[in-house]
Write a protein that binds this ligand. Structure first.
Ligand SMILES: [Zn+2]
Length: 256
C-alpha cells in the first residue's frame, strides 16, 4: 500500500492529519490483526490473545460441554424448514464451511432463526458422558435480535453419506474464498438425523470471540458417515475441536 492509498484508507477524521501521526496507529491495527490469530494448539490461551476474546477465559457459559446427567423435560421438537441450496463452500482456515441462502430456517420455541452456514469439527466438540464422537456438524442460525441457535449433529463411522460426499468432493484443502460448485444443489436436511430427540442448553461460540449468545440443540442420535469420509476431512483438519468447558450454574435439558 503506497502513501496515497494509505491516506485514502484512513478513517475520515484522520485523513487531514500528518502522515507521521497516523502511520503508527495503522501499524498497530495491522499488528493487532496478526495478534488476533488463533489456533487449536493452545485454546486455553484464546482469552489472552485480544480483549475481544475475553469471554473465552472469563465466560461462565462456555461451549462445548460434556452432555451428561441431563434433566428430562417436555421440549417441543425443533421445526426444521430447509430447502435445497446451491453448494457454496469455503475453507476458512479453521474448518470447511458451507454457506446457506435466505429462506432456510428453524423454529425453536416459536422463535425463527435463519440458517447462515454449517461447518465441521474433527473430533466432536460436545462429548456424551465423557465420550467423543469422530466428528460433529454445526448448523448456525441467527434470529432478528442477533441471538444464535446452533444445531449440533454427531457423526459416527458407518455407511457413506452421499450429501456429505458432494461437499467433500468440492472442499478446498487450503484456506480459500467462497467458491460456488457450478449447478450443484444439496439438501442440508440429509445431514440431520430423523429422530428429533435432543439435548438443549445455553452457551457460547466454540471459537473466538466465544460470545455467550448461543441456544444449543444437540441431536441425541448420531449420523453415519464412512471411515473414508472421516479420513478425508482429517487430512485437511487433523484437529479442530475446543476442549469441553465447565457447565457451572447451567441446566442441561433433554427431551423425554
Ligand atoms: Zn462449530
Amino acid at each position: 500500500m503506497d502513501r496515497r492509498s494509505l491516506i485514502k484508507a484512513l478513517p475520515l477524521g484522520l485523513a487531514g492529519t500528518t502522515f507521521s501521526f497516523s502511520f503508527p496507529s495503522l501499524l498497530a491495527a495491522i499488528a493487532r490483526e496478526n495478534y488476533s490469530q488463533w489456533n487449536y494448539q493452545n485454546p486455553e490461551q484464546w482469552g489472552n490473545i485480544s480483549e475481544e476474546y475475553r469471554a473465552c477465559k472469563m465466560g461462565q457459559q462456555q461451549s462445548p460441554i460434556d452432555l451428561k446427567s441431563p434433566i428430562k423435560s417436555q421440549l417441543k421438537p425443533v421445526e426444521i424448514s430447509y430447502q435445497e441450496i446451491p453448494l457454496q463452500i469455503l475453507n476458512n482456515g479453521h474448518t470447511i464451511q458451507v454457506n446457506s441462502i435466505p429462506g432456510n430456517f428453524i423454529l425453536l420455541d416459536n422463535q425463527k432463526f435463519e440458517l447462515l452456514q454449517f461447518h465441521f469439527h474433527y473430533p466432536s466438540e460436545h462429548r456424551v458422558k465423557g465420550q467423543n464422537y469422530p466428528m460433529e456438524i454445526h448448523f448456525v442460525h441467527k434470529n432478528q435480535q442477533g441471538s444464535l441457535a446452533v444445531l449440533g449433529v454427531h457423526l459416527i463411522q458407518g455407511q457413506e453419506n452421499r450429501t456429505l460426499q458432494l461437499i467433500w468432493d468440492g472442499m478446498p484443502s487450503q484456506k480459500s474464498p467462497e467458491r460456488l460448485i457450478a449447478e450443484l444443489n444439496i439438501c442440508p436436511r440429509q445431514l440431520l438425523p430423523t429422530n428429533p430427540d435432543s439435548y438443549r442448553y445455553f452457551g457460547s461460540l466454540t471459537t473466538p470471540p466465544c460470545s455467550e449468545i448461543v441456544h444449543w440443540v444437540i441431536f441425541r442420535d448420531p449420523l453415519e458417515i464412512s471411515l473414508e469420509q472421516i479420513q478425508q476431512f482429517k487430512q485437511i483438519f487433523p484437529f479442530n475441536a475446543r476442549p469441553v468447558q465447565p457447565l457451572n450454574r447451567r441446566f442441561l435439558l433433554t427431551s423425554i
